[in-house]
Write a protein that binds this ligand. Structure first.
Ligand code: ZN
Length: 700
């Protein structure tokens, strides 16, 4: 690097980047919130590239420091690198997820490989690793506090996990495998996207769509027009089961739609993913061998709460008897209904949703239009979500109209702690837009750390239907639950109270990160909270008790099916990723059959939520050997709620305790130990099975 005349570093890549770029200096807004009113789409790329260049130089300086490695000059020094890079990337992540446009999309495409290479350049840097290893090897004699020790451990393991300990020849081999893996992964995603589009249900016969609403049929006609096809098109959703299967009256249409879904990526053409899947599975066994592990899952789960595949498999095995028994019992109810209607056929997977919907209506008589007026969005937010957090933790919320946002619908609240001190800034972006990613999520715009005296700035993004101008935003109960869920993540981020940004807030293992969020969902139905927000938006009348009971009861409906399909997908994922090195390439269809048989999940009418050939989480996303994490975190959620139940429920004392022992602590301790210390015991699956109505005594 070159040094400026006044001793200020001057960076080579600064050509398009200077003081006029809003990311150049730390934001002067409250909480260092990004100045979205000043940031232009064209500001991101130069800031990200300059940010990477700055960080590379900072890292080089650490790696080449002539002084002997110390915790301060190496580990803490690394924590201090990349400030500009992080500033730009957090804002960029927010706008690309919630408010994308072609300019930003282009930047995303250009930067993706550069970002991956940037990460490799740091974690496969031999000199840097040598310094980290020196510190790690003598960590016992350094008199570091517990959080600093955890940070040393984190860096060392991150380097080793990335392959820093390998010989140069093995490193080269690993880089090659990584490269092939990323190409195959990208290929899988591209093929699956095209295959899913091609496998839509196409018909020119309107009668085949009987059961769909007029609006849905109009949408199907519109979809056909867009694709310049005659008739109607019902596009596929990503899961095995398709939502429209609950409505389609024609059995033949249901069968076609289901089979289109099931076989979408197995049509032997250019978009058949089976060869990609086989090679990816084989490649991952090779990677595991290179890194010194008995299988890929063992490598992947090293830093997770479960720690190894055996623990994850034991956990999943324990769920199978209860959930499959419930699914069989639900199947008997459905078969009885089919027989009663003189259907004259055996229940198949394409019939399930259609008849389950009829059972649901008969059993619970739950009509969404009756419920929604009690769940107006602002009311749910302030008198439900915020209220529960206030009752639990004593925190308060004040809307701020002076903080710039990325889109006009976004609302900003300043969060004040129970002691009157500022705690965080929180943004809510609730309405669906065409340029927003699907689903709901939490993210950060500023990471909490004492190292930089930074308070957290967090966002919640959802996809609720936006009402017409002047109309109230009325939610269904699933949306209400989603608000509580995402706010649980937000609390995990806002309560963060750690020194180092790397260990802060939600930067925890995959099988732990969904725990605070799923746990927070419990307050949505907690009587003291529910009665405080479930009020009619026009009359202010509380929801009638009978309606509330219907909602509560309906939550346990169809859980045998819903849980079994998830457990089957999770077991399938783990079976693929525990193949030992040297296993030849597998035929995905045969492998899948054996895997489901072996785990006692081969129920003909309950296929896995994702089939191997379209399981994007594990072949195209970051959840390889990790799909079980959803179930694992759900176990923690219900287990934790049971503790609350036994200790007086929603009280400030209970809230402060979980905040102090878990929610404020990010990744500063082994997560299993952290949980057990708070809970006073190891987590158990019983409360989850009971909540889902999957235990014998709960009488599903
Ligand atoms: Zn979540």
């Amino acid at each position: 690097m070159s040094i400026g005349t006044a001793g200020t570093p001057v960076y080579a890549a600064d050509t398009e980047f200077g003081p006029s770029n809003p990311f150049y200096a730390e934001s002067t807004l409250p909480f260092h919130a990004p100045p979205f009113d000043k940031i232009k789409d064209t500001d991101y790329q130069p800031a990200i590239e300059a940010g990477m260049a700055h960080q590379r130089e900072e890292i080089n300086q650490i790696a080449n420091d002539p002084a002997a490695p110390t915790f301060e000059n190496t580990i803490v020094a690394m924590e201090k690198t990349g400030r500009l890079f992080e500033r730009a990337m957090l804002a960029f992540g927010c706008v690309t997820g919630a408010n994308l446009n072609p300019t930003l999309q282009k930047v995303q495409e250009i930067e993706a490989p550069k970002l991956a290479a940037h990460n490799d350049a740091i974690f496969l840097d031999a000199k840097l690793f040598q310094r980290v290893k020196t510190i790690y090897d003598k960590r016992g004699s350094l008199k570091l506090d517990a959080e600093s020790l955890r940070l040393v451990d984190w860096y060392y393991k991150k380097f080793v996990h990335s392959g820093a300990n390998l010989s140069e020849a093995d490193k080269a081999q690993l880089k090659k495998l990584n490269e092939e893996e990323s190409t195959l992964t990208q290929g899988f995603t591209t093929k699956l996207l095209a295959a899913t589009k091609d496998a839509a249900l196409v018909t020119t016969d309107k009668a085949a769509l009987a059961g769909l609403t007029d609006a849905q049929i109009a949408a199907a006609a519109e979809a056909a027009k867009t694709r310049k096809t005659e008739g109607y098109i019902v596009p596929l959703q990503n899961t095995t089961q398709q939502p429209d299967l609950s409505l389609l009256k024609e059995r033949a249409s249901r069968q076609t739609l289901f089979e289109n879904s099931w076989n979408r990526a197995e049509k032997s053409g250019a978009n058949d993913t089976r060869e990609t899947v086989s090679r990816l599975a084989e490649l991952r066994t090779q990677k595991a061998k290179l890194l010194g592990f008995p299988n890929y899952a063992s490598w992947k789960l090293e830093d997770q709460m479960a720690k190894n595949p055996a623990a994850a498999i034991k956990f999943m095995d324990s769920l199978v008897p209860g959930t499959t028994a419930a699914a069989r019992s639900e199947a008997r109810d459905i078969q009885a209904l089919i027989d009663q209607q003189k259907g004259g056929f055996q229940l198949q997977p394409w019939d399930w949703e259609f008849y389950a919907e009829q059972v649901r209506k008969a059993k619970y008589d739950l009509d969404e239009s009756q419920i929604k007026p009690y769940f107006e969005l602002s009311n749910v937010l302030e008198n439900g979500v915020f209220y529960a957090a206030n009752q639990m933790y004593g925190i308060t919320f004040k809307e701020r109209k002076d903080i710039p946002v990325w889109q006009e619908d976004v609302r900003v609240f300043e969060v004040t702690d129970s002691n009157g001190k500022p705690l965080a800034l929180w943004y809510g972006d609730y309405f669906k837009r065409d340029n927003k990613n699907g689903g709901a999520w939490m993210d950060s715009l500023v990471t909490q750390s004492k190292l930089f005296s930074a308070l957290p700035v967090v966002i919640n993004v959802c996809n609720f239907a936006k009402p017409a101008a002047g109309q109230p935003a009325l939610l269904n109960f699933r949306d209400v639950t989603t608000m509580f869920h995402e706010f649980g993540h937000a609390l995990h981020g806002m309560f963060a109270d750690t020194v180092y940004p790397t260990l802060s807030g939600t930067a925890v293992a995959r099988d732990f990160v969904e725990f605070p969020s799923q746990f927070n969902e419990n307050w949505a139905t907690y009587p003291a909270v529910f009665h405080h927000y479930a009020k009619h938006y026009q009359t202010g009348e509380p929801m009638p008790a009978e309606l509330m009971q219907k909602i509560k009861k309906s939550l346990k409906f169809n859980q045998g099916y819903a849980f079994t399909e998830v457990v089957a997908a999770a077991q399938l994922d783990m079976q693929w990723h525990t193949l030992p090195p040297g296993t030849p390439k597998q035929n995905p269809d045969e492998f899948e059959k054996q895997a489901l048989d072996k785990t006692n999940l081969a129920l003909s009418y309950v296929p896995p939520r994702y089939r191997s050939s379209y399981f994007a989480h594990i072949w195209g996303g970051g959840y390889s050997a990790g799909y079980y994490a959803y179930l694992w975190a759900e176990m923690l959620d219900h287990d934790a709620f049971q503790w609350f139940d036994e200790h007086g429920g929603l009280t400030r004392a209970n809230g402060d305790r979980v905040r102090k022992m878990v929610l404020s602590r990010g990744n500063t301790e082994d997560l299993g130990k952290m949980y057990d210390a708070w809970r006073g015991a190891k987590p158990s699956v019983e409360p989850m099975m009971k909540f889902r109505g999957l235990t014998p005594e709960s009488g599903n």
